[in-house]
Design a protein around this ligand. Structure first.
Ligand code: AMP
Ligand code: MG
Length: 313
């Protein structure tokens, strides 16, 4: 059985001893391990069931530690670090030789982030080094945004989970790659939008197709086990069925089946999305229907995750 604990120092001691600890961050809960211990890193891949071709993000307590991991820190990276850290932004930079290739999935680049969550900050301070922390869920399932979600994902393990309440951002970080000889690229959308990042950079961000390999961006990801359909127009026969569940974004229509409404404000919607999916998925429904939000930059990360969790109808 997992143990949900508030004890930072004991969690840091377990990490030093090569154990895993689930750590709250402002994006989602991460499955943390010492990024300098290969044996501990292997435990992350094994517990998640994640392929080793999928690289991990190294979490640091402060921006000054970046030089311990990155061989180069270009001006564009310094701008983003200054404006967005601590926060939900990951930077992909050239890796120093001593960074384990288990972390980078064999690549010469490393992904780095300084999380803002107070418990993540406290744990990183007590631990002292870098922590890999991919989302604390089994491969391909919904990312956890509470300690209870993590416990549910790893019910048969003795994982320690540092309790940090509900995640405030709720979606995985935006990932920007800044590698020599390539344009700045947005590898993954997050709640720091493309427009916000471009305003800091002073130049446009290209898409992920091109020079950089960004493994682990599977089309099906973050998915409930219930068949999930995204709609602009709700099908009348589904509204009449008690076996269909609903996730609304603003104006809800009356339905026979259970319904949640996350509202039409993108930050609050993102913060509640995964918890809503966990809740509806647990009901054993036949189908889950998700109302599509507006097509706007502020909703782009939500659209990305909905596209991975559902089929468009
Ligand atoms: P997460 O699943 O939230 O831990 O995020 C890990 C994702 O970050 C991976 O699936 C990649 O898409 C991206 N990533 C991590 N490290 C690198 C890297 N060195 N180069 C390119 N993308 C990376
Ligand atoms: Mg993940």
């Amino acid at each position: 059985m997992p143990l949900i604990t508030p004890n930072i120092d004991e969690c840091a001691a377990r990490l030093r001893a090569g154990h895993l600890v689930a750590m709250p961050t402002e994006t989602v809960y991460g499955l943390a391990a010492d990024a300098r211990q290969d044996v501990a890193i292997q435990k992350v891949f094994a517990l998640k069931g994640r392929p080793s071709s999928n690289p991990l993000i190294v979490h640091l307590q402060r921006a000054e530690q970046v030089v311990e991991w990155a061989a180069e820190v270009p001006t564009a990276a310094q701008r983003l670090m200054h404006a967005c850290w601590p926060g939900p932004l990951t930077l992909v930079l050239p890796a120093r030789d001593e960074v384990s290739r288990s972390v980078t999935a064999g690549q010469d680049s490393v992904a780095l982030r300084v999380p803002a969550h107070p418990q993540a900050q406290a744990l990183l301070t007590a631990f002292g080094g870098g922590l890999v922390a991919p989302s604390a869920n089994r491969y391909m399932s919904i990312s956890p945004t509470s300690a209870a979600h993590v416990a549910q994902q790893f019910a048969d393990s003795d994982l320690w989970i540092l309790d940090g309440g509900a995640c405030q951002v709720g979606l995985e970080s935006s990932i920007v790659s800044l590698l020599p000889g390539d344009s700045p690229r947005l590898l993954r959308r997050g709640m720091l939008s493309q427009g916000q990042l471009e305003a800091v950079l002073g130049e446009p961000l290209e898409g992920k197709d091109g020079g950089v390999r960004a493994p682990g961006q599977h089309h099906r990801h973050y998915a409930p086990s219930t068949m999930t359909l995204a709609f602009a127009q709700a099908p009348a026969e589904a509204l009449a069925s008690p076996r269909c569940g609903w996730l609304w974004c603003g104006q809800a229509q009356p339905s026979q089946g259970p319904a949640l409404n996350l509202g039409n404000e993108p930050q609050a919607y993102a913060a509640g999305l995964y918890a809503a999916l966990y809740q509806l998925d647990a009901l054993g429904l036949e189908r889950l229907y998700i109302q599509l939000p507006p097509q706007q930059d502020a909703w782009a990360a939500v659209h990305d995750r909905l596209a991975r969790a559902s089929q468009r109808i």
